[in-house]
Unconditional design. Sequence first.
Length: 79
Amino acid sequence: LQKEVVLLDVGGTLFKTCRSTLSALPGSMLQVMFSGRNDDLLERDEDGRIFIDRDGTLFGYILEFLREGSALRLALAAL
């Protein structure tokens, strides 16, 4: 598994995670983005973090789901 640390700027919210976490769901957009084949296409912010123009708060739920497998379901149930 790829354990490379990835620094992200998602809508101004900063995250630090592993490439393997972002690639955990086969066939997902994140898996394609962080497979290593498209690194030259990833947009970076002024500090070198990979920039994703999405809501950082919501992305936090996605990241927890990728890490734990159930956080997204819990967050949606709370709505």
